[in-house]
Ligand binder design. Sequence first.
Ligand code: GLN
Length: 491
Amino acid sequence: MTQTSTELHHLTVAQLTTQLRERKVSALEAARHFLARAKAHTELGAFLDTNEEVTLAQARAADIRLASGSAGPLAGVPLAHKDIFVTKDFIATAGSKMLEGYRSPFDATVVAKLGDAGVVTLGKLNCDEFAMGSANENSAYGPVKNPWDSTRTPGGSSGGSAAAVAARLTPAATGTDTGGSIRQPASFCGITGIKPTYGRASRYGMVAFASSLDQAGPMARTAQDCALLLSAMCGPDPDRDSTSLDVPAEDFSLSLNASLEGLRIGVPIEFFGEGLSPDVRATVDAALKEFEKLGAKLVPITLPRTQLSIPVYYIIAPAEASSNLSRFDGVKFGHRADKYTDLADMYRQTRAEGFGDEVKRRIMIGAYVLSHGYYDAYYLQAQKIRSMIADDFQQAFKVCDVIAGPVAPTVAWKLGGHGNDPLADYLADIFTLPGSLAGLPGMSLPVGFGAGSMPVGLQLIGKYLQESRLLNVAHRFQQATDWHNARPQGF
Ligand code: GLN
């Protein structure tokens, strides 16, 4: 073994797969190294569960396959999952007290697929309760700290995933994105993440928040790593997720190097208005200039219903959540109240104790907008505007190949910075929600630093099923720049 273990955590997934294949490092060595790092950095609050025995057994199995030459493409690569994916060897809490200590009898499809590709699971990562949030402060298991500044949020809801990758506690992680939960934490922590087209990755075994929006995706340091991981995560799953698309799995790393000469990058004017803080704007503008240097052309476009995406999303997502979360009744899964007088009281007490404030707020909003008399006024209207938002993108894509803009209006804010004001969190989702509502693929890549020396991400939104184009655009940028190699002090 020529690789010294102190350097292991600086390797990308791509580098690590080569080292593993060439037997310069063993899967066991890699697993031990990252488990030790997770243990040494519990102050971040990123991991909710680890199981050394399981991880090391997976690593040994990977080493056997690597030695025999029959290993999958990601054999021996350590990876941790957002705790919204159910797993049979680790707990699956979805960041909720409702599922404290819950263990699933099966693995989510995405978990199983990555397992088949050979990854070694390091454990489960903290997230907002049922993926509802933008700061990871809605987790029942405490907030996650941003490795770039421990007084700040890592973003949410995949905050544990973003923090763990940025702090090099894992080379890569899974996340889920309903309204921005892969892109925004990736941006806040200076890493790369992609949410594929809705339906690309199976939702089977992802604890459901808003089923028409939820999508899984990878979070890693580079676009190349995301391509490797996404290739393993996608593919049809018709028997278990009826919304999974009948599109074959794809090797996203094949087109990474295509030239950007003549690429038309749409720049939506609505993403650069008043609400965008000047430091983020300057960083995003500089990234756009870099793309021009790489041969791309900037095309001004308009997404006129951008502002409406906030009320539309915050009607549709809670409506779906209120229905999805009805299964947590103290009978089928997880928590049940100790004291109750009768069945109705058992439901009431269980749900009052098991759910946090934000989840309760959304259940109430959802039940309200779906109720007789309000359904037409809110839910139906929101659905209509949702399809107009999707149409706006189709119009825009007539004149551009990809869309670029900020991920969030500011850099990561201070933990507790939004106080008890959920609206402040909701408003910060403005740039990620439109693409989510349209079901389009979107990603975030690090493009520099803004206020407080905090990372800033650039959002790329692509046409349906053009993840490969997004990854190509991001990869070429990363070939020409160094932002993705920056790392927080002490990690
Ligand atoms: N911040 C958004 C919300 O709170 C998005 C969350 C997500 O994508 N899971 O709903």
